[in-house]
Ligand binder design. Structure first.
Ligand code: ZN
Length: 509
């Protein structure tokens, strides 16, 4: 008799259903797995056999063929142990009839029968509970926190394979998932007020986070670029439940910092060193696809210090996610897309020695060296930076009132501007912030009245602005208006948006 049950596989960060069939054949006793199993799945034969023997089952007594379908997707990971073990028992006649066909299982089995946590549990569980024919999804107790977030009564947790068997035989009721309590992370955040002056940069940071616009800080060492960027972590607005689940799926597939994320529900803040590879920054790897820093920063901030020092292929690879919030990757002939809607905060010195200043210039770099340094950032990359601010050691902040730029005031204004955008983009599928808008002219809330439009047209002609730059100024102006609580974009908003991106990067000398 052929037995049937279900598990799932990771396709990028999405789950895909896998059917597991098993049949006993009159041949030399062994367990054989077919259906493109990866190395870890092949090893499952030995783990499962050893575990079942430890539990007192003398298996296999015949050849048991376990087939994983669809056969054209490579199956990776240890989470097939549990469904394979149960399928072997059912094929051997140790479990009655078709009792497994209503179930979905994930879990690695230890040799003593304990169930261990698996990587990518959240997307795997999600796809299983979405199947109407699957009535119960059994997961390891150690993955309970992820299961709990999906709030579905089909999900049950077990500590051992013995408990799973008792449940299938109706001898025991398995518990549902318990939601873990949210805790405040006991770390001290960098505070914006620790940076003296630099009001222009603080204002740019406020606008960047509020509207999710990409920002570049240019300035000599020690002016506060890194401290300002680090303060971004505590200025980030709260995540919605949908955003949280999206972020969690990425971390679940990567198996990093998951517990801390579940408990704190803080937006991601990632700051990889400039020695990172293009794969590390963008994602990749052979076999199981590993999300890169751009995806780990989804719905949060990616801070790249010493921006021109990153590898050229890594920087250029940012073009697509900076523009569209998605990263497309091809792996083993397969096309995958990963979410990467982050806000980039990049920082750099004005020249290789870092001492160039328009006020007190102690720079000794040759013009060629300076030009070479700045050319490391291509025009398409710079074009995607909606805000570009030059920091100087003596910025006393003449552009904006000091009292409006305290940490608490900025934090509150960002939260309010975020709420306004949530309402504005309520019915939009992929756009949830001003920064993500592709064509502001066609978007409600971005209209300019005649006078304002004329002003913008004059600027466009005077400075020969590209279409992309005009759109960027309008989008940033929309965020400034949201921070001020204004419904309409005014000339003053456009003017400030323009002033925060007008310095010419290549003309810095
Ligand atoms: Zn220099």
């Amino acid at each position: 008799m052929i037995t049937k049950t279900f598990s799932a596989t990771l396709d990028g960060i999405q789950g895909a259903l896998v059917q597991i069939e098993a049949v006993s054949l009159n041949s030399i006793p062994q367990i054989q797995i077919t259906g493109l199993p990866g190395e870890v799945v092949k090893e499952s034969r030995e783990r499962v056999r050893a575990c079942l023997v430890y539990l007192g089952f003398d298996v296999p007594t015949e050849k048991i063929l376990v087939h994983l379908s669809p056969a054209n997707i490579k199956k990776m990971g240890s989470h097939y142990d549990l469904p394979i073990a149960l399928s072997v028992l059912a094929a051997e006649g140790r479990l009655s009839g078709n009792c497994l066909s209503d179930y979905g299982f994930i879990g690695e089995v230890a040799l003593d029968g304990h169930l261990r946590a698996v990587r990518g549990a959240l997307p795997l569980i999600e796809i299983l509970i979405q199947q109407p024919h699957i009535k119960k999804v059994i997961i390891p107790k150690d993955n309970e926190a992820e299961g709990a977030l999906l709030e579905n009564p089909k999900i049950l947790v077990a500590k051992t394979i013995g408990e799973v068997l008792e449940s299938i035989r109706n001898e025991k009721t398995l518990p549902h998932c318990l939601v873990p309590p949210t805790i405040q992370r006991a770390v001290t955040y960098k505070h914006l007020d620790q940076v003296i002056g630099q009001n222009l940069a603080k204002r740019a940071l406020q606008i960047a986070i509020a509207g999710k616009h990409h920002l570049l800080f240019v300035g000599p060492p020690g002016v506060g670029k890194s401290m300002l960027s680090a303060a971004a972590l505590s200025l980030l607005p709260e995540m919605t439940h949908e955003e949280f689940i999206e972020v969690l799926k990425i971390y679940s597939a990567s198996s990093i910092e998951l517990d801390s994320l579940i408990k704190t529900r803080k937006r991601p803040y990632r700051s990889p060193h400039h020695s990172i590879s293009a794969n590390g920054l963008l994602g990749g790897g052979s076999g199981i696809l590993t999300p890169g820093e751009v995806s780990l920063s989804h719905h949060g901030v990616l801070f790249l210090d010493e921006f021109p020092e990153y590898r050229r292929d890594a920087i250029e690879g940012l073009r697509e996610p900076l523009q569209s919030g998605v990263l497309h990757l091809t792996r083993v002939g397969k096309f995958l897309s990963l979410p990467a809607r982050f806000t980039l905060i990049a920082a750099m010195n004005p020249c290789p020695c870092g001492l160039f200043s328009q006020i007190e210039n102690r720079c000794r770099c040759t013009p060629e060296k300076k030009a070479q340094y700045r050319k490391k950032l291509s025009t398409p990359i710079l074009d995607r930076m909606a805000l570009m601010v030059q920091l100087t050691p003596t910025d006393l902040g003449k552009t904006y009132c000091e009292e409006k730029l305290t940490h608490e005031v900025i934090k509150e204004s960002i939260q309010k501007a975020t709420e306004i955008q949530r309402k504005r983009f309520d019915k939009e599928e992929s756009i949830k912030s001003n920064g993500a808008v592709e064509a502001p002219q066609a978007m409600e809330g971005f209209y300019l009245d005649q006078k304002t439009e004329n002003w913008m047209k004059t600027q466009q002609q005077q400075y020969r602005l590209s279409f992309r730059r005009v759109n960027q100024v309008i989008k940033v102006a929309r965020t400034i208006a949201d921070l001020e609580g204004d419904d309409q974009i005014l000339i003053s908003h456009l003017n400030e948006a323009w002033s925060l991106r007008c310095f010419d990067f290549y003309q810095l000398h």
